[in-house]
Write a protein of this length. Structure first.
Length: 196
């Protein structure tokens, strides 16, 4: 990951390259062993996930139970007892952001589906007049749905890049375009967003 990828002007006088590591429990053992705080945080997050998936707890209860278990088992005891409210609030905020992203993705999907249906109806009526109502309607719906889904996917990827949640290289690969083509798409998306 390059720092300059986060800015529109391109590279500056200093280039910073970072390596992103998976800090989930059971990953990158040497680093986890060298940093007990990171290992403890990974354990806390793993407990919270297990509480939700295996024990069927709601998110807030799962977080509180994970903090309690860490304290009981001697994991991050000093930090968790001194900063429990802040830790729980931070984890609640992360969940709220993830929930907001899920709502956003559903809205984008719904918008794309509605556009696909509208385009499908329009194409379907036109094709139906030429080739027969039944054949045209079926093809129009299918084409419109596919086009709407693709437009929705493209729009979502571009919005993620503009919000900083996805890097340009991954976005270009996902969309099957060059970096230059992606830049043009981002500019168009950003101008459209600003016009609204």
């Amino acid at each position: 990951m390059r720092l300059s990828d986060s800015f529109e002007q391109g590279p500056g006088d200093v280039e910073v390259t970072a390596t992103v590591l998976n800090c989930n429990e059971g990953r990158n053992g040497p680093i986890m062993e060298a940093c007990t705080a990171l290992k403890g945080y990974a354990h806390l997050v793993a407990l919270e996930r297990r509480n939700r998936t295996e024990r069927g707890m709601g998110y807030r209860d799962a977080v509180r139970a994970a903090v309690d278990e860490c304290i009981r088992n001697g994991v991050l005891v000093e930090y968790l007892t001194g900063h429990r409210a802040e830790v729980e609030d931070m984890l609640f905020t992360i969940q709220d952001e993830e929930r907001a992203m899920r709502v956003h993705w559903k809205a984008v999907e719904r918008e794309a589906r509605e556009k696909g249906y509208a385009d499908g109806r329009e194409d379907g009526y036109a094709d139906g007049r030429e080739d027969g109502y039944a054949d045209g309607r079926e093809k129009g719906y299918a084409d419109g749905r596919e086009e709407g889904r693709e437009e929705g996917r493209k729009s979502t990827v571009l919005q993620l890049v503009l919000s900083g949640a996805l890097d340009s290289e991954t976005a270009a690969d996902t969309l099957g375009v060059t970096k230059e083509e992606l830049d043009v798409m981002l500019q168009t998306q950003d101008e459209g967003r600003n016009a609204d």
